[in-house]
Write a protein that binds this ligand. Structure first.
Ligand code: ADP
Ligand code: MG
Length: 698
């Protein structure tokens, strides 16, 4: 068996491979492009393309593709082969620098939210040299950004790169004020923990709801669910272990640092966490991870469910976005330092995050909003839809001392003035974990826990990077002009704490009392659904921040709102249609057949012995008949709600009708069907049950 270090990254055109296959000059200028973002010369591009192609062909590749992340959430690729005809009838394998740098996919069927209609008919993809090319199957994949010819971003990567850029720019201004002249860049890093479910393919195939929507739309509670908490970190079943082993190998070949895997809270639920890396690479890797999970599952006769809520009444799946910022020399700016001076800098960065999260709660909320994730947030299994931050006791005490100009515990005669030599040393607080907080400080990073399992992490990190960049920009503007740096610094930190402490909450985020306190006393925002929050991307303060930093243009913001709402509306309408079909074509007939057989059985028994009361059969027939009537009635009502959706004047109105009329109609139809499932003989029920699905993988 091959050892991991031998094949790790073997399918990636990474630094090792570049160094081995490129001339010293070409390598040096490519490196400069990667590290410093300098422009790439066409002769260099040609040389890189040549080396990349030879390397890819030696590993069996025949095609190349510009791999990009359109706004649909999945990744897209259009394959071109390397072949080029020769006059003698043979072919040669060709790949030019131009083809490496730029592609022109037929973009017409990717969502643009009206952007292309207004501006440009076509789009192009452009190589992101900061993310390494890799081989998938027989195809060389080149990570790219996707833009319209007018320069509007049609993907998630472009604004992500822009947000990383502005964060770096503003953070460097702060570092310079603290005397750091050596840092060239500040880089945000992410380690996304990915949750997922595994079910057998055989059972999956029998459920139209899973096949069409990724989640079960019907299903009675199983006799055993997650009550015992015996699955979390439990022994991994052989079938699952084999899947994980294979998955790791595939990910490692692609240079993805898959590190931790364990069972999650729900039966059949698992988690995979990679080691953190630069945000845009982490984003690419997470997209690849989700794709490869599904492919490897298929090889094992399994299906990997990435939906946020595949099973009602069972914990859904999320993704924890562990985020930090560091200099190019590796200094983590969210790590409390060893000296008071470093701690002053740390506190300023910490305050920048606190201010960012409070000022842009709405953007963070909407960055994770999808129809699927709406089922989790606030359902007492994931953080609520209200954003708050957890800092831990020690940091809290430090901030409190600063705010009130009182001594920090245990330190003699200490005023918390943030001078160079008065700030106490404090320890990293890693022990105090609060799992219910949407946004928790965990020692040297923040863990944003609201992401859904199927979300691209790009959206959350675009908003996070931008909002923090905006805090830093405001700080830098003030501090650069200050006459006395230390006094100004102290005042600013103090003011941030005063103005934004409402966002800090260290209690139980799942508690209903918290939502009341958060919204009524603290004035925090609560947007329970996608339909509620998405329109706020266009609120004046949000548009101002995102456009002034250059992360989005106003047109891009409009297009994003429309596309996200369209996704929301479409996916719920597909669910509603699937429910109508399942109820009419399979569920009602199954109950009907069983009811008829029970009635027949009663009649047969009475024929033998007329005195028999057949109370069991009579009761069951009555109950099931009642439920069939109810199912029929609720199916009609759901259809009416669908018709109402069609009357909407625009996408915002449509999403509101879906929230207010369609979703409740779906819930109303599900109830009698689930009741009937529990009363119907198993052999009549057309679908595998929750117990089958949740405990079916061996
Ligand atoms: P858990 O949250 O389950 O306790 P860990 O805290 O060990 O797990 O880490 C979870 C994720 O956080 C991993 O992907 C890890 O690589 C990532 N991580 C650790 N340090 C940082 C950091 N400084 N910046 C970003 N991510 C980090
Ligand atoms: Mg975690």
């Amino acid at each position: 068996m091959r050892k991991v270090p031998e094949y790790f990254g073997s399918l990636v055109f990474d630094d090792r491979t570049m160094r081995a296959t490129l001339s010293a000059d070409v390598y040096a200028s490519l490196r400069k492009t990667i590290d410093e973002g300098s422009a790439l010369d066409i002769t260099v591009a040609n040389a890189v393309a040549q080396a990349m192609k030879d390397w890819a062909i030696s590993l069996g590749a025949t095609h190349f593709t510009h791999w990009f992340q359109p706004l649909t959430g999945i990744t897209a690729e259009k394959h071109d082969s390397f072949i080029s005809p020769s006059p003698d009838g043979s072919v040669i394998m060709e790949f030019s620098g131009k083809e490496l740098i730029k592609g022109e996919p037929d973009a017409s069927s990717f969502p643009s939210g009206g952007l292309r209609a207004t501006f440009e008919a076509r789009g192009y993809t452009a190589w992101d040299p900061t993310s390494y090319a890799f081989i998938k199957g027989k195809t060389l994949c080149i990570p790219t950004a996707f833009c319209s010819y007018g320069g509007h971003a049609l993907d998630k990567k472009t604004p992500l790169l822009r947000s990383m850029e502005v964060l770096s720019r503003e953070a460097l201004r702060i570092l310079r004020l603290f005397g750091n002249d050596s840092a060239k860049r500040v880089v945000s890093s992410v380690g996304p923990e990915q949750e997922y479910f595994l079910v057998t393919r055989e059972m999956y195939e029998k459920r139209p709801d899973l096949r069409f929507t990724g989640r079960t739309l019907f299903g009675a509670k199983p006799p055993k669910g997650q009550e015992l908490d015996d699955h979390y970190f439990g022994v991994i079943k052989p079938g699952v272990a084999a899947f994980m082993e294979d998955l790791n190998e595939e990910l490692w070949k692609l240079g993805i640092l898959a590190k931790t895997e364990h069972n999650e809270v729900a039966p059949a639920q698992h988690e995979l966490a990679p080691i953190y890396t630069t945000t845009n690479i982490a984003t690419d890797h997470n997209q690849l991870t989700m794709e490869i999970m599904q492919r490897v599952a298929a090889k094992h006769g399994l299906v990997c469910l990435l939906h946020e809520k595949p099973f009602e009444g069972v914990n859904g799946s999320g993704k924890h976005n562990n985020w930090s910022i560091a200099t190019d020399s590796g200094q983590n700016l969210l790590s409390p330092g060893d000296t008071p001076y470093e701690n002053a800098q740390f506190l300023l960065f910490l305050c920048a995050v606190i201010k960012a999260v409070d000022d842009y709660q709405d953007l963070l909320r909407l960055s994770v909003a999808t129809a699927g994730n709406d089922h989790r947030l606030g359902a007492n299994e994931a953080p609520p839809a209200v954003i708050s931050m957890f800092l831990g006791d020690e940091l809290n005490a430090v901030l409190e001392a600063i705010e009130t100009d009182t001594p920090y515990k245990g330190v003699e005669k200490m005023q918390m003035k943030l001078g160079v030599d008065v700030l106490p040393k404090f320890n990293r607080d890693t022990t105090d974990r609060n799992r219910t907080s949407p946004f928790a400080f965990t020692g040297n990073k923040f863990e944003f826990r609201m992401l859904g399992s199927s979300n691209s992490i790009a959206c959350a990190n675009i908003m996070l990077n931008s909002a923090v960049a905006e805090s830093l920009r405001i700080y830098a503007d003030r501090l650069e002009k200050a006459e006395d740096f230390e006094t100004a610094l102290h005042e600013m930190i103090k003011k941030t704490i005063k103005d934004h402490k409402r966002i800090i909450f260290n209690g139980n985020g799942y508690d209903d009392a918290w939502i009341k306190e958060a919204t009524e006393e603290r004035g925090l925002l609560n947007y329970p659904t996608t339909a509620d929050c998405m329109p706020h991307i266009l609120d004046e303060k949000n548009v101002k921040m995102l456009t002034s930093l250059g992360v989005f243009s106003i047109d891009e913001l409009y297009s994003r709102r429309d596309i996200m709402l369209e996704n929301y509306c479409k996916s719920i309408q597909i669910e509603a249609n699937t429910m109508i079909d399942m109820a009419r074509a399979q569920i009602a007939p199954a109950i009907e057949a069983y009811t008829a057989d029970v009635a027949k059985a009663a009649a047969a028994k009475k024929a033998v012995s007329p005195a028999l009361k057949c109370a069991y059969e009579t009761g069951l027939v009555e109950t099931l008949s009642g439920l069939i009537d109810e199912i029929a009635e609720k199916t009609d009502a759901l259809e009416d709600a669908m018709a109402k959706v069609q009357t909407a004047a625009d996408i915002v109105e449509e999403s509101a009708i879906i929230r207010d009329a369609l979703l409740p109609a779906m819930t109303a139809l599900r109830a009698p069907a689930d009741k009937a499932e529990a009363l119907t003989a198993r052999s009549y029920w057309p679908y595998p049950t929750y117990a089958d699905l949740l405990f079916g993988v061996r």
